[in-house]
Design a protein. Sequence first.
Lengths: 430, 461
Amino acid sequence: MTRKITEPAGQTRRGALRTLAAGAGAAALPLWARYAQAQTSEPIRVGFQVHRTGIGAAYGRWYDRTTQAAAKLINEAGGINGRPLEIVAEDDGTDAKRGAEVVEKLATQLRCDVGFGTLFSHVVIGSAPRAGELKLPYFVVSEGHHVASGMLNRWTLQPGITDVKSQVQAMAPYVSSTLGKKVTMIFPDFAFGHDHRDYFTAALEAQGGQVLEHIAIPPTETSFTRYFPRIPRDTEVIYHVMVGPAVLTFVKELGEFFGPSRPELFGFIDSLEAVSLASPGLEFLDGSYFWEGNPRYAQSDQTSHDAFFREQVGVDENGASVSDPDDVSTYAHMFGCWETLYVIKKGMEIAGYQGPDDRAALIEAVEGIGEMELSDQHPQGAKRFNGKTHQAFGHQYISQVQGGKLIKVHTTSIEDTLYPDEVDYTTQSL
Amino acid sequence: MTARRLLPLLLLLPGGPAFGHASEQSFVLLLPTDVYAGAGVAAVAATVLLLAVLPPHAAGALFRPLPLWHLRPARGRTAVSLVSFAVLAALIGTGLLGPRDPLGNPLPLAIWTIWWIGLVALQGLLGDFWGWINPWTGPLAVTRTLTQVRAPLRYPRRLGFAPAVVSFLGFAAVLLADPAPSDPARLARMVAGYWLYGYLGGVLFGPVWLLRGEGLTVLMRAYARLAAPGRVRGRRALGLPGWRLLRAPPVPVGLAVFVLLMLGSGSFDGLNETFWWYGVLGLNPLEYPGRTALILPTLAGLLAANAALVAAFALCVRAGLRLARANLPLAYAFRLFAPAILPIALGYHIGHYLTALLVDGQYVLAWASDPLLRGADLLGLGPHPVSTGFLNRKDSVRTVFLAQAGAVVAGHVLAVLLAHAQAVRIFGGNRRAALSQAPLAGFMVLYTLFGLWLLASPRAG
């Protein structure tokens, strides 16, 4: 291998090797020899803005693993436009200011064709303006509503994962029709919790339901029992979205407060992402419901695409690493990296992408991508990309905890997740 | 906004340049940590009370070393240091030119995980590795031999340990406040710069520079004095950790302050992650802004925490002297008792970094399994060599927590014993020794509580 390939300046070492040594026996063959038909054997460089250190590192590890698995498959299948794909990972420390620096570095020093993979919203919001200035296509995987809300720019897209606004509003029909119309919401008292409060309250009222009480918990709270008496007696459903290190304490205290007779519980799996539901103290959750971006446990009607995705990423039927059953993945979110890479691939193929001069064409190609079918490339489910708002819409899942596992009980339609456009990025010049 | 909601398992990164791992903090909050803390504090308090009623020299007797075999004069230090220097140079080169991944490039792993977390702890437990592997003594010896020039400048005595204090605080500032201390290229430049600081000082002032001016060697030498193995009259000897401190004269005041800064900086590297600290800063810990936004508050906190610790320690020593009606000068007593703090600093270091070691140590193994970055798997670790699954189980989290708490409590018990034994040496009788130690012992009991609270309290980025 040439130095260029064994020591790319911005590599995740092991992942790089896995990506580049695509296919058995590849190590024996110079990589470029396998792409000789292309006009250039230069890899397409996807700059991966990864939370390798800092608060997002736990997610970053799984985002990295998923990304490397998808990149390996893409290379095994011939790369993009006949050129190998190279993941150029750069840590941003989950730091908004560094995020912007990383984007600049990816675009200039590391000669990346696109930026990709950012998860934490404050990093996305800190980085996207720089990507816009540098005209670097910037594919984020953060779930934030900030893309579709119009606060970013034409160079920023979120085609591989749905946004929180669509997720939250899509829960309302099932909650009101199946669990109950009188809801009490418990959420942390800052922007994230307020989004849930606003989106869900409106969506529930549209379904004829009612939020009886909004219980906002200060973010630094670590004990919750004193808030529970505020839950109205006629509450049929508790909608909870607690986050932070005290989330297990919250669940435990809620269980202790209600005992065996409790209202229905509905939550977002984000609270317990990467935590085994068989953990002690979580027994109380049995019978309760969760939004899942992608069902963590392999379901009885599992698609071949989900099975394929699990196999390639190295995740077992419980959503844990095949190498350690306690190492539970961030299954509800990490598919977004996989699907986004395939959108980049498809966009580059449509645009006939050859290099940075074609970046604008790539944006336009992705804007026109439209429907995406359930497939090995989109194992979470079919999606619809809104070229105006730069946001993908897709199915959401509601699962019930049964015997320490999450069993899917409802799949929303894509229509359930739609809301009126708030921006038309295509009116901005490229 | 949304991805902020992806916080549940993220909220824990012990240590500044800490590397990736999931949060066991959710499980820690389910543990009866108040019971554990109560037991730990009681153990330290019981030690204090026991010492007051035991025969005066009981504590000192505990620290009597057991002489073992005769030691031969050690040879080869220069060669080992040269090898260490070569390794460091190679690591710096890899940092600059190698993979950009902080968990894949061997430089951040070597500096933060192997050296700072691992070797510093081993130095305090097992003895003076650093005397062999520090990367300056060899190159300085070679420079002297080649140039035939002795140090052209005389180290100004009045500087004392000031350059060491400043350089150690600089190190702590990087550890805690730098936006990207694990960035391989950035770290490579910082390490190279620091090596030059040590080397040029050594060239100008001679070997004394490493003993007075270069903070990391001063830190390592301080910890080495704590180790169980040592030397007595030419023989290898083993004793309770800290036994050598009791046989030494009072340390210079600069070194006494330095030892307190070791504890103060270590304690702040923990306090600065707590929800409490975020409350002080008026920030929402669930909206961690990233290190860049926290540089100034972190630096201010580091200095304030250290100043507060030095002041509190001096006040305790002074109050003890008054209680015991001793007419020792405060500075003398300060120099005498400050080294007793070392076991607390080491216990806290071990406790604070244990989870980081367990996670990042796996990245070190992954690197060792494929040191030439060719996709090898020499150690047979498989395709997924790193797992944080043990942080997602209550029983393993409990085990880790108790090990951390054990290190903190053991450090405090040793510190109480050391300080008491030192007091008995100076004051003779048990009563005066106990009186002189009462304020300091009370301080150590409270510090135990503080250390255990740090381990158990909710943390942000």
